[in-house]
Design a protein around this ligand. Structure first.
Ligand SMILES: Nc1ncnc2c1ncn2[C@@H]1O[C@H](COP(=O)(O)OP(=O)(O)O)[C@@H](O)[C@H]1O
Ligand SMILES: N[C@@H](CCOP(=O)(O)O)C(=O)O
Length: 294
């Protein structure tokens, strides 16, 4: 038996649609694997009732199939499904790391990310790796067709999770198919600012770089109260705010750790004013998947 803790992640970070991602200190999925002749899956924890146990529909089961590594897989969900916090990716990442170790396959980090992305494809319809990369590698990640760049980053964040469901598949449906040159220039500028901010652990630059004129405005329509929550977080001191992944989670970058409480409370309060219950994680950019032997 082998246990892996695979963290939640926040993809896109506004200006880096389908490219940027960051591991969060918490929450996380815990994936336990045991060799078996056939793969079985059991799921407990947050939103377990919404997670399929058929291996061909579960991201962890698809990873086991792709790696030809049958196992009894037990998933304890810390990351609520359809949250924008990479829930399905955390299980895929945890399974990839765990089964690679259990079966001694010796895959490289990059191979593990590609394998976990295949698991993700069962949910979103395509193999995007911007959640599985940070869940496996930790820190801030940049995923392109040419490879993965990782960066350690020390940044306090709040992620507020409203009690509404937005599936990644639906949220991909509202993304505009074309962009104008002005929007392209603005996005490149903001993405560059964000990367410089990550390299310097500078919350002002990262906050500025979170702004995106294309994807986030389209998706904000799916998140009740998004504008009010953004304004409240900024008033409480956040340097920048955006939708986490495909939503409905909302991510705010803070200047220092001590500020997270006020930002979290402002965001929860603003959602409540719109009649939406929510929970805020006060966290930071964190480590990638970790193996525990039991
Ligand atoms: N191991 C898994 N953990 C969570 N969700 C899973 C898993 N396998 C399949 N799913 C499906 O993935 C969907 C959630 O994924 P997604 O929409 O990408 O949300 P998130 O933003 O939280 O990743 C749900 O419909 C769920 O049934
Ligand atoms: N780049 C993807 C990321 C989806 O993240 P999730 O946490 O909502 O699964 C997208 O924006 O569609």
């Amino acid at each position: 038996m082998l246990t892996v803790r695979a963290p939640a992640t926040s993809a896109n970070l506004g200006s880096g649609f389908d490219v940027f991602g960051a591991a969060l200190g918490h929450p996380a999925d815990v994936v336990r694997v045991e060799r078996a002749s056939e793969t079985t899956i059991s799921v407990t924890g947050a939103g377990a009732e919404f997670v399929p146990t058929d291996p061909s529909e579960n991201t962890a089961g698809v990873v086991a199939r792709e790696l030809d590594a049958p196992a009894h897989i037990r998933i304890d969900k810390g990351v609520r499904p359809s949250s924008g916090l990479g829930s399905s990716a955390a299980s895929a990442a945890g399974a990839a790391v765990a089964l690679n170790e259990l079966y001694d396959r010796g895959l490289s980090d990059e191979e593990l990310v590609r394998l976990a992305a295949e698991g993700e494809a069962v949910v979103s319809g395509e193999a995007h790796a911007d959640n599985v990369a940070p869940s496996i590698l930790g820190g801030f990640t940049i995923v392109t067709d040419d490879g993965i760049t990782t960066m350690d980053a020390d940044l306090p964040v709040v992620v507020c999770l409203p009690d509404i469901v937005v599936s990644t598949r639906d949220a991909r449906g509202v993304v505009p198919e074309t962009v104008g040159m002005d929007q392209l220039v603005e996005t490149v500028g903001n993405a560059s600012t964000l990367v410089a901010g990550m390299a310097r652990d500078d919350p002002e630059l990262v906050g500025r770089g979170l702004t995106d004129p294309v994807v986030t405005p389209a998706r904000a329509e799916l998140v009740d109260g998004y504008d009010a929550v953004t304004e409240a977080a900024r008033e409480a001191g956040a340097t920048g705010v955006t939708i986490s992944g495909a939503g409905p989670g909302v991510l705010a970058v803070c200047r220092h750790r001590g500020q997270r409480r006020a930002v979290a409370s402002a965001m929860v309060g603003a959602f409540a004013d719109e009649g939406v219950d929510s929970f805020a994680y006060q966290t930071e950019i964190g480590r990638g998947a970790e193996i525990y032997r039991a």
